[in-house]
Structure formats: C-alpha cells, structure tokens
Design a protein around this ligand. Structure first.
Ligand SMILES: *Cc1c(COP(=O)(O)O)cnc(C)c1O
Length: 432
C-alpha cells in the first residue's frame, strides 16, 4: 500500500510563493489522512491510539525532549493537551500570517499572554511594559506577578523612545537590587483605546543592550489590534508575537482563543509551560478558527474600508470633538514615521470624543440602533463602548486623565456592514 502523502505544506506553485489568503484554504491538511475529506474534520478526542508500544515510546521521547529527532522523524499524536490535528493545522496557518517558524494556540488571549510571561519570568526578575495595556494584562502585571516577587516597570506609549529607555534603565537597576534579571520587554501597540504607538525595533535594541551571558530579555508584543494582517511584530524585531484570536481572527464574536508565534528556540519554553499549565486551545475552537481564517483577509479589508468612511464622517461632525484614528496622524506628529514603519493600515478600531461628558456620550450610545453596545473588537458586527465606564473603569481617575480616557470618549470597532448604514446610525444617534 502506498504511504499516505504528507500534509500539504508547499507554499509555492512554480516560482510563485503563495499568498497567505490562498494558503488558508488547505495548508497543513492532507485529505488522504482524513478519509479524503476536503475540510479538516473535527478531531474531538482526548487521546490517540499508538500502533505499537515502540511507537508510543518514540513519541514520548520526542514530546518530553529526551532525545533529538532522527532524520525526517515527526512527533506523533499522543494526547490533546500535548497535540491534536486541529490545533496543529491551525498553528501552521497562524504561522503563515505571522511570518513565524511556529505558532502555538491557546484557550484565550490571556492564556497566551500569561503562559508566555510565566515562561520567561522567575521570582526576583523584573520586566518592562508599555501602558496602557489590555485590562486583563494590566491586572496580571499589577496584581498577580508582584505576588510572585516579579516587578514590572511601566512607561506610557505616548512618552516615546525616551520614556521607553528610562523604564528599561529602571528595570535593570531594580533587577540589580532584587538579584534577578530583566526577563521580558512587553509591548502592546497600538495601545487601547488611545492608539498610542510603541517602537518594536527599539524594544529589540533595548533587549540586546541588556544581554548577559545567560541571554537577553524576551521581546513580547501583543499584536491583537492590528494582527495578523496589518502589523508583523516578528519582522520588526519581536521574539514572540501574541494575538487574541477572539478578535479579528475568530472574527464572529463567538469564540475565545489566543496564539503565540515565533522562532522555535523562543517558543520551546512556552510549549512546555502550555503543556503543564494546560492552557492550550481545544479542537472544536480550532476547527471554528480554521473556518474563520478562510475569510480573514476579506473581513479585515472590509472592516478597514468601513472604518475609514466612518472616521471621516465623524471628523466632520459638529458634535464631535476629536477622532483618534491612526489614519489621521498628522505628517508632523512624532509617531508618524513609526506608524509608517510598523503598520500597514490604520485598522478598524478607534475612539472619538463627543462634545460634553459622560451624559452626552451615554446619550449617543443609548440611541444607537444598528451598532451594538458591547466591549471586544474585530468581529463582523460594529460595536461601541465607553472605555472610562467599562474596559478602563478600574484604572485610577488620575491615570485615566493622563491617558486621555475622558468621560466623552467612545470606542468603535467597525465590522463588515454597509458603512453607509453605520453612518446613518451615528447620524441619528448624534442628533438625539
Ligand atoms: C481581548 C484582548 C486580549 C485578551 O484576549 P482574550 O481572548 O479575551 O483572553 C489581550 N490583548 C488585547 C489587546 C485584547 O484586545
């Protein structure tokens, strides 16, 4: 009997390297391994049967790193906390978008972030982080890691290169006192909800300047806001690129998942931590994500085009005070060169301020008919939220003021509806 072909792994046709959106239809899946199924079936199973005891032994030797792989040897399927076909194909396709050697999937964006942090931080270590960060990350950084003797030094995305350098020096000094190392440089860019930018190449430079014989801090970038289409942190110097797949990649507001991508050398400790903490994704969610990935580019392109139309409409509205849309960054803004270097699109999530305060902002939110009032972003439907009263309500008022998260600020995540309908909805809500 002929051996079944290897899963489809070629990224080339003749001399042409296929685009990611093309690879999303089949990459990593071999129909011959699944009864000829065009689509990867759902492998809803906890464990896998070994053909022989010797095979089981060999799989475990590789999974536990007890020996090097023989030529051409692949690790076999063992148990769905370690590996599973749905997770593996999902990870192959995420790596294509992230321009990564490998990808790992997780049960949520927070599972991805926390597992990566646990992989590179130990008691007495310090780390540098940009602010503002996602609310869950903020809690991890301020309330949980310190309980394990791990202290972060934050800097405002808006404080630019000087603020970043200063925080790095402080983290080195603090590590000197505690007797630990600087384990991680953690960056979220663009920041939510301000769209402040952090220089990823500078993060890498700073990491290299802190190198010791034991290594250098891991540069971790949360790429959720523009990833994976519009920003590629690994190509800008990041060691690990983290995405909440709940947002654009899942894209239908019906699942929670996350990923970490990078070189195998940086991912190896994260994979061990994932296996032991059990923070991996599950087969059904991976199966849904494979479906979502087929339309990822279509959805993100449509959302970005709609966002541009809505942002331009709002910018010209007499009841709107300001619009924080990356596409409106003035030519002479200090972040403009960084924006052009790092981002391929302004994205589809942005904030605007109405004239007035909470009362006026709430009046607009309550009058919306098409646009739904909910947190989250990157879904097919447009969502509106009030950062000061919702996602950022636990940020102390003085920090909120410093960040520019005013009572009049509304955040929009534009979906794939007809943009003219969204404009009509905002029109009637703003005149309410
Ligand atoms: C949503 C989000 C997360 C957390 O992702 P979950 O999938 O909800 O755990 C992390 N970072 C950013 C920027 C996010 O928007």
């Amino acid at each position: 009997m002929a051996k079944p072909p290897k899963p489809y792994r070629s990224r080339k046709v003749g001399n042409r390297t296929l685009s990611p959106e093309t690879l999303m239809m089949g990459f990593g899946h071999s129909p011959a391994l699944s009864e000829g199924a065009l689509k990867l079936p759902l492998f809803q199973t906890s464990t896998f049967v070994f053909r022989t005891a010797e095979e089981g032994k060999a799989f475990f030797e590789l999974a536990y790193g007890l020996r090097e792989k023989h030529q051409g040897e692949e690790i076999g399927l063992i148990y769905s906390r370690i590996n599973n076909p749905n997770l593996e194909v999902l990870e192959d396709r995420l790596a294509v978008w992230d321009q990564a050697e490998k990808s790992l999937s997780f049960a949520s964006g927070m599972a991805a972030i926390s597992t990566a942090m646990w992989s590179y931080l130990r008691p007495r270590d310090t780390f540098v982080f940009s602010e503002p960060v996602y609310g869950g990350t903020e809690f991890l950084v301020h309330n949980i890691l310190p309980q394990f003797g791990i202290e972060g030094v934050g800097f405002m995305a808006e404080s630019g290169a000087d603020g970043f350098r200063e925080a790095a020096q402080k983290a080195v000094a603090l590590a000197g006192k505690t007797g630990g190392r600087v384990g991680v440089i953690y960056v979220e860019t663009p920041a939510n909800p301000t769209n402040g930018l952090v220089d990823i190449a500078l993060a890498r430079q700073l990491s290299e300047s802190m190198a010791t014989p034991a290594g250098r801090p891991a540069v971790l970038v949360d790429n959720t806001f523009l990833g994976p289409l519009w920003q590629t942190p690994l190509s800008l110097g990041a060691d690990l690129s983290i995405t909440s797949l709940t947002k654009y990649v899942g894209g239908h507001s019906d699942l929670i998942a996350g990923s970490v991508s990078g070189e195998e050398a940086w991912l190896a400790p994260v994979r061990v931590m994932r296996t032991i903490l059990g923070t991996m994704g599950d087969p059904h969610t991976a199966w849904l994500l494979l479906r979502s990935l087929e339309t990822l580019k279509l959805r993100m392109d449509a959302a970005a085009a709609g966002a541009k139309i809505v942002a331009e409409y709002l910018a010209n509205h007499p009841r709107v005070k300001s619009v924080w849309y990356l596409g409106f960054l003035p030519e002479d803004h200090p972040d403009r060169p960084l924006y052009e270097r790092q981002c391929r699109s302004p994205g589809s999530t942005f904030s605007f301020e109405v004239k007035g305060g909470e009362k006026e902002a709430f009046a607009v939110l309550n009058a919306l008919k098409v646009i739904k009032l909910a947190v989250s972003l990157g879904g097919t439907e447009t969502l509106a939220s009030h950062p000061a009263a919702m996602t950022h309500s636990d940020v102390p008022p003085e920090s909120r003021a410093r960040l520019g998260i005013t009572e009049a600020l509304i955040r929009l995540s534009i979906g794939v509806e007809d943009p003219a309908d969204l404009v009509a909805d905002l029109e009637q809500a703003l005149s309410a």
